[in-house]
Design a protein around this ligand. Structure first.
Ligand code: A2P
Length: 291
């Protein structure tokens, strides 16, 4: 990893460049909170913003981007398809809703938010394949610069590989000290799929850990910065979120230190901490939606 600033880019398998830290907006309330924090992140130099249809804040993300005064084409914008719109036709239709919400005519990256899984939909393979066919069409039509998935485990990627004409360029998964999913990350990277980290700070749950605080202190850094650097040193793209401009800025100051190998090993093997409880096969998003 030889990035020196958060606007340096990973290159996706189709050649598209993606800034190496993104600003996350999960659980950020629609309205002023999202608009102002997105705009603050862009003022802090972030050029990559991640949202989702299901976050319910796409409208305000679009407003925040416009309020920042930075040109749309200078921002890398990601949104995600939601589980209630699976299948080719619903996928193509709901994508237009996201564009309208965001007030833009293209997105840089569109992700399947959660895979269909057997315990909810026995025809999960076909369902993921037809959703993906919608993604491929939108990509070929030039409405999306890159396409990918989120929360896919190896079996879902393998199944998609049987049908896909274009393989996903990204898999966005939960990744932080205490829940690293290293095997899955390696599998993706070996296939040329960029891994992104949602909740790179364990949604804040790892920040008060004493061991992590001691390690971060050694480098003169905060635990949040340690976690963000941890992702980058695994070639994983972190998507930290904060509503506080000072923290938003500090979360990008991770290019003046390097976690040594011994500490990386400690972080990789520490006991589970801060796991969200969300997992495609065990606690699938459809189950949450369907009650
Ligand atoms: P806040 O918005 O009050 O800063 P994740 O990115 O893993 O989802 O974690 C987000 C959580 O971590 C939020 O609760 C956020 O709270 C908190 N957070 C983000 N950055 C920092 C930081 N630098 N220091 C402390 N807490 C942070």
């Amino acid at each position: 990893m030889d990035f020196t600033k958060h606007t340096d880019c990973f290159t996706l398998s189709n050649g598209v460049k993606i800034p190496c830290i993104g600003y996350g907006t999960w659980k950020t309330e629609d309205g002023a909170q999202t608009r102002d924090s997105v705009s603050a992140a862009i003022s802090c130099g972030y050029r990559h913003v991640d949202t989702a249809f299901a976050y319910g804040n796409e409208v305000s993300v679009g407003e925040g981007i416009r309020a920042s005064g930075v040109a749309r084409e200078d921002i890398f914008l990601t949104t995600k398809h939601w589980v209630t719109f699976r299948g080719y036709e619903a996928t193509v239709a709901t994508f237009e809703d996201s564009l309208k919400n965001l007030g833009t005519d293209y997105v840089d990256l569109y992700l399947i938010h959660w895979p269909a899984v057997e315990k909810i939909t026995p025809d999960w393979k076909e369902l993921n394949a037809s959703t993906w066919a919608g993604f491929e069409k939108l990509y070929k039509d030039g409405k999306i610069r890159a396409i990918g998935v989120s929360n896919f485990e190896q079996k879902h990627l393998e199944a998609l590989g049987e049908y896909a004409e274009i393989m996903p360029m990204v898999n966005q998964i939960e990744f932080h000290p205490g829940y690293s999913q290293l095997e899955l990350a390696k599998y993706c990277q070996n296939k040329g799929i960029l891994v992104q980290a949602w909740s790179p700070l364990g949604s804040g749950a790892v920040l008060s850990d004493e061991g992590l605080a001691a390690m971060a202190g050694k480098y003169g850094k905060s635990v949040a910065q340690l976690c963000i650097r941890y992702a980058l040193q695994h070639d994983v793209l972190p998507l930290p979120k904060s509503l506080k401009p000072q923290r938003i800025a500090a979360n990008a100051e991770v290019f003046d230190f390097e976690i040594d190998e011994e500490d990386i090993a400690v972080l990789e093997t520490m006991p589970e901490l801060g796991f969200s409880g969300f997992k495609a096969e065990e606690a699938p998003a459809d189950a949450l939606v369907n009650g």
